[in-house]
Design a protein around this ligand. Structure first.
Ligand code: AMP
Length: 186
């Protein structure tokens, strides 16, 4: 059993519904148990062409399958929820699910890099991560999520070109319709 953290994002279609459905499909996925979900945060798109704002959330799961099997299940969920692939790297998307970390594993395979190479610089990931795992420590950088948030905020404040990255606001509720999915234990 391995604890993994997943980042969900949507900026196309019914964004909240996309996140809600993703979490409920995830909760029914064999070998995956959803342990906790952050609130949903609304954020400005980072990178790529001008596009609509994202809704983002982070989900903590217990995985009984390998990291590559988990990635395959997540990609199936992306497709099921209308994701078109291949799409331009930074194009708007109905649903994006990234593996932020998979236990303390360091993975550099052709299809998967974990910890996610940009997680420590993205407020839209770090802030919801803090909600589900305030004591999270980056397995490679050995930095707490609190430190990574502080460093990223500082870097954004020092760079006018990154100002939009500071636009990360909580919305009401999490990526579930009413209450928590049955498999959420805390
Ligand atoms: P994207 O189009 O942004 O969803 O990127 C998906 C691609 O990134 C897929 O081809 C994955 O194999 C690859 N990838 C590499 N590392 C990760 C990760 N940690 N989580 C999700 N996808 C990843």
């Amino acid at each position: 059993m391995t604890t993994a953290y997943l980042a969900l994002g949507s900026n196309l279609g019914d964004r909240r519904r996309n996140l809600t459905r993703a979490v409920s499909v995830l909760a029914k996925t064999a070998g995956v148990r959803v342990l906790a979900c952050s609130r949903v945060w609304e954020t400005d798109a980072v990178g790529g062409p001008t596009q609509g704002r994202f809704l983002n959330a982070v989900v903590k799961v217990e995985s009984h399958i390998t990291p590559l099997e988990l990635l395959a299940r997540l990609q199936e969920i992306e497709f099921r929820l209308g994701r078109k692939r291949p799409a331009a790297k930074w194009a708007p998307r109905t649903l994006d699910i990234d593996i932020l970390s998979f236990g303390r594993h360091r993975i550099t395979s052709r299809n998967l890099t974990a910890p996610h190479p940009r997680m420590h610089t993205r407020l839209f990931v770090l802030i919801p991560l803090f909600e589900v795992a305030p004591r999270f420590v980056h397995p490679v950088l050995r930095k707490t999520v609190r430190t990574m948030i502080a460093e990223t905020r500082k870097a954004i404040a020092a760079d006018p070109a990154r100002a939009h990255e500071g636009s990360v606001f909580p919305t009401c509720g999490g990526p579930w319709r009413t209450g928590r999915p049955a498999s959420v234990v805390r």
